[in-house]
Design a protein around this ligand. Structure first.
Ligand code: SF4
Length: 244
């Protein structure tokens, strides 16, 4: 099943076994939005800027990759500047963000690919692509994978696509929507089909914030969780605590 196929299936056409989870995630989304709102996680409205922002976010902290992004923008204000730079020059700008020569070459490759395909205003062209066209193009850029492509589509192109990051996968697994044994790519394939139509961004951001603040990897705070009554893992933990 393709990442886009599952995302574009209307909830009314989903097989019966999925409708239960679409309904649960509708309630989950309402509660998360009520508690956290839909805060900005620092992502950018311009799709080209967002591509580079996402590419710098691997394996580092929020503060560090924002700093690296600002340094890259300052040194290479235009795509042409970046496409003409050597990987060594770009590396000197991103090294502090924990990124290496391979990522530097990918950044240059993305700039060159966007210029070759769209000329000087790739953002405008990206905004005019269908969801499928945008996914294929973004997923094919050097160093970009499905999750990065779906992030750019959701944050900057206003498509109803659902990227699955580690926080999203962990909370969804604990709720019981996914097997905890799934690999990340399997979770990315399966979870979008369970997301209520039109609510991808609200749910994604809510799960990220919840995963960072309450449903922590090692010590989830189930006693203060607004999803506890819906959560398989949380109910099991509570029952176990009561039986002691
Ligand atoms: S009840 Fe616990 S495990 Fe379930 S979502 Fe909340 S914090 Fe996570």
């Amino acid at each position: 099943m393709s990442l886009l196929t599952v995302q574009l299936v209307p909830a009314s056409k989903l097989p019966a076994r999925r409708t239960h989870w679409v309904s649960i995630f509708s309630t989950v989304t309402d509660r998360l939005v009520h508690k956290y709102g839909v805060p900005s996680l620092g992502n950018l409205r311009d799709p080209v800027q967002e591509i580079f922002y996402i590419m710098l976010s691997a394996r580092t902290t929020d503060n560090q990759y924002r700093k690296t992004y600002r340094a890259l923008r300052a040194k290479y204000p235009s795509l042409t500047d970046l496409a003409m730079a050597s990987a060594e020059e770009i590396l000197s700008c991103i090294r502090d963000g924990g990124l290496g020569k391979k990522r530097a070459a990918q950044l240059r490759g993305i700039a060159a690919a966007l210029l070759a395909k769209f000329g000087n205003d790739p953002s405008r062209h990206l905004k005019n692509l269908s969801a499928r066209e945008a996914f294929e193009l973004l997923n094919g850029l050097p160093g970009m994978g499905p999750k990065s492509a779906l992030c750019v589509m959701m944050y900057s192109l206003n498509h109803d696509t659902f990227p699955v990051d580690t926080n999203v996968q962990r909370v969804a697994s604990r709720l019981g929507a996914l097997s905890p044994r799934l690999k990340h790519w399997q979770a990315q394939q399966r979870l979008p089909a369970l997301v209520p139509e039109g609510r991808s961004k609200e749910l994604h951001i809510g799960l990220v914030v919840h995963g960072r603040t309450v449903c922590l990897p090692l010590k989830p705070r189930c006693d203060r969780c607004i999803l506890a009554d819906l959560c398989k893992y949380g109910k099991r933990r509570t029952a176990k605590a009561r039986s002691k």
